[in-house]
Design a protein around this ligand. Structure first.
Ligand code: SF4
Ligand SMILES: [Zn+2]
Length: 376
């Protein structure tokens, strides 16, 4: 079979699996869409200081890509808490936001992240009237300095950028875009992202020519990549995002969310979560890039079942070191971590050498031999 046919078969099979997972996943049908999904306070960094930021997870319509047939990123389980395309009144979004907003004393929180389990700038997912009302409320609060929203590139237009510049003239606005991996092939096979590097490049240009800031999400250890490949691709992706004017990058070590292909392959023994050591290896190579770096992967709704990890002896220290880095941008704790489990990671890396070097052939074999443990 030639490579073209092999790739087509791999993609067809992965999309079939993805669709079956979504159809079989449990949903929150009783959800009240006038109530926010969740909100939390997390560490952050602003103007050279540690801060605390507030994160809102609005209950939404669902990411347009996630609700399309075979669509949705392999690590993303946000859709399970959405209406999956059923219409939600704009007033429900406004009520969710306003009620939650009233609970926080923003003199303590100069940064707010407003997520809607999809693209905040897609009018089908977030009605314009609700989007503008949310911006108006934030604009009126003099204590909030930074606002973070997320969107796929296809919804980031010149028009919407101008609208944000006009509505939030005195705030720093970050638009988070999930590039995940710079390689189009890996992004297609390992993430099922549904957009090309070129599309990211275009939106990066639009944002960097405006007063807004581009925040680029980069996946660490997606499905099917080996530890070494994942580390190498994360570094390469960070450098490209920096070259294209990203003001911030956030590494997103893959976590375990229910109703995802990651969960499916993990349960079959064909996927292993990122090591904390992977993140440290990446950070050593990119920490001096001229942009802000965050280590994410913990801020999701629903809350993931498992995260980046090392071993039971050093996980606590790893999480403290990640927390400390995000709050201070100081690498000291990350670099001082020591544990014997580093050797176990080396053993894992050696085992992966037996895997096919070509990604398409590798995934083809994994899918064909589904049920048998091929990965590790
Ligand atoms: S990661 Fe973003 S683009 Fe991908 S399915 Fe989830 S919400 Fe949609
Ligand atoms: Zn350890």
């Amino acid at each position: 079979m030639d490579k073209f046919d092999m790739k087509r078969k791999v993609l067809d099979e992965l999309k079939k699996i993805q669709q079956e997972i979504k159809e079989g996943s449990s949903r929150d049908y009783s959800a009240d869409f006038s109530q926010i999904g969740h909100s939390s306070i997390k560490e952050g960094y602003l103007n050279g200081k540690s801060i605390q930021r507030v994160i809102f997870y609005l209950r939404g319509y669902g990411c347009k890509w996630a609700i399309s047939r075979g669509g949705g990123c392999f690590m993303c389980g946000h859709y399970t808490k959405t209406s999956m395309g059923r219409k939600i009144s704009p007033f429900h979004f406004i009520t969710q936001f306003q009620n939650e907003f009233a609970k926080y004393d923003f003199t303590q929180y100069p940064m707010i992240c407003v997520y809607n389990a999809g693209s905040f700038l897609n009018e089908e997912e977030m009605p314009v009237i609700a989007r503008q009302e949310i911006f108006r409320v934030i604009a009126e609060n003099q204590h909030i300095q930074t606002v973070v929203i997320e969107s796929r590139p296809e919804f980031i237009t010149d028009e919407v950028i101008k609208e944000i510049e006009k509505t939030l003239p005195h705030k720093r606005v970050e638009i988070g875009v999930g590039l995940e991996l710079e390689s189009d092939l890996s992004r297609e096979i390992c993430i099922n992202k549904g957009f090309s590097f070129e599309e990211y490049e275009l939106c990066a240009k639009l944002i960097s020519e405006s007063n807004l800031c581009l925040l680029t999400y980069i996946t660490v250890k997606p499905l099917f990549l080996t530890i070494s490949e994942s580390v190498e691709q994360a570094i390469k992706t960070a450098r490209k995002a920096s070259d294209l004017g990203s003001a911030v990058i956030s590494f997103e070590p893959t976590s375990l969310q229910k109703g995802t292909a990651v969960e499916y392959f993990f349960n079959k023994g064909m996927y292993q979560f990122p090591w904390g050591w992977d993140m440290i290896e990446i950070m050593k190579k990119v920490h001096d890039l001229p942009l802000e770096i965050r280590i994410g992967g913990f801020e999701f709704f629903p809350i993931p079942e498992a995260f980046i990890q090392n071993c039971a002896f050093c996980n606590k220290k790893l999480y403290e070191a990640i927390y400390s880095y995000n709050a201070t941008k100081n690498m000291e704790l990350l670099l001082s971590l020591q544990c014997d489990c580093q050797n176990t990671r080396e053993v894992d890396k050696n085992k992966e050498r037996s895997l096919d070097e070509d990604l398409i052939s590798r995934v083809y074999k994994i899918l064909e031999l589904e049920g048998e443990k091929q990965w590790n």
